[in-house]
Write a protein that binds this ligand. Structure first.
Ligand code: URA
Length: 185
């Protein structure tokens, strides 16, 4: 994927693009997150820093290596907001960011052609299954992603577990189901 053409787009201008990385040719799995955070922007890589620790436990549970899968986000620039004092923090991606990057994500996934797509949270699920898809209805089971032509397995975003501890057990059970699905590939 050539991202340089996007650098002058008004949504992207002046912001660092964090591309997907990993095994780019028919990996067992492509993991799709929401958007890069501070550490990802600083290093120019998806799922590093705090989110990388979540990713490590995800990979350990599935007995997969980071280099064996494709790791990406819907939005490829860090969505930020500034407080009155000027402190910069993350925010959810807005409509313009999602509209710009969603078609590019579809192209990316068609090109990488994973055997299965795993989405983390609502933003990734909705980018691939449409705006009415909700994680509460889709998590923990395989569904067909017609936009890419691949099976899709939806998980809660690990960050949401921090805010809602009751999701921890659900997330762990979903990971067990995902592992069983991967064994059938
Ligand atoms: N880091 C990422 O790269 N993506 C997320 O969805 C969260 C943190």
């Amino acid at each position: 994927m050539n991202w340089s053409a996007l650098e002058t787009h008004p949504v992207v201008e002046g912001r660092r693009i964090v591309p997907g990385e990993g095994c780019s040719k028919r990996p067992a799995l492509a993991l799709v997150g929401e958007a890069p955070g501070r550490d990802e922007e600083r290093l120019g890589r998806p799922f590093v820093g705090k989110a990388g620790q979540n990713l490590d436990s995800f990979l350990a549970a599935l007995e997969l290596e980071r280099g064996a899968i494709w790791i990406t986000n819907v939005v490829k620039v860090r969505p930020t907001k500034a407080s009155a004092k000027g402190t910069v923090s993350n925010r959810p991606p807005n409509r313009a960011e999602k509209a710009l990057f969603t078609p590019l994500l579809l192209d990316e996934l068609r090109e990488v052609s994973p055997r299965m797509i795993v989405t983390l949270g609502n933003t990734a699920l909705q980018a691939l299954m449409g705006p009415d898809a909700l994680i509460g209805a889709y998590h923990g089971r395989l569904t067909a992603c017609e936009a890419v032509g691949k099976p899709l397995f939806a998980l809660y975003h690990p960050a949401s577990i921090i805010y809602n501890r009751s999701l921890q057990a659900v997330y762990e059970e979903d990971l067990r189901k995902l592992k069983a699905q991967l064994a059938l590939l």
